[in-house]
Design a protein around this ligand. Sequence first.
Ligand code: DX5
Ligand code: ZN
Length: 209
Amino acid sequence: MQVAISILSISDDMKKIKEIDSLHPDYIHLDVMDGIFVENKIDFNHLTLTNPLDVHLMVQNVKKYVDIYAKMHPSYITFHLEAKKDTWSIIQYIKSKGIKAGIALNPQTPIERVKPYLKDIDMVLIMSVEPGKGGQTFIIEMKQKIEMLKKWKKDKNFTYIIEVDGGIHTDTAYLCKDADMLVVGSFITKHKNSKKALVSIREKIEKHV
Ligand code: DX5
Ligand code: ZN
């Protein structure tokens, strides 16, 4: 299981961002918001980071932001199914840039809605909090969605990875044991010893997988 650290909650603290980057998580998770799809607005395209990037677009005009963030050469770009754009063409558009494509689902969106795309995507991101801000509580019902995705993956030999995002810390990580990648934000970035926090999350994961 891999860990991506979300720097959303420390977006205005360059010193802390550099410190997190130096911890070498598997990925740095960039939460991009346009002030339309969600209330907040945030951009990270000015940053220079040393770790692989996992870009999570919480935006309405997906292609515009794919163009902006493709320039950072991320490993993944994920967009929301709820953005209601031409989903197929966006998947192809991301892949045409040599970037892996993911689809994110809000907590209230039924998991069945992602089914038609599973064969063609590299990641499904299950939101375990409402999109828009860090530091929220994990919605426990999301566990069933993760299990369902794992079952479909196994049954049909799909290759997508399952990512879970929001409210993950040492007491909630076990709810995601069927996932492939966890996004952890404030638990690590707001911890007084971020290095220790990352180690403790990794230990919890190993115990439960
Ligand atoms: C929510 C974001 C998440 C979140 C993670 O809109 O997509 O990445 O910030 O942060 P924590 O771990 O604080 O919930
Ligand atoms: Zn995110």
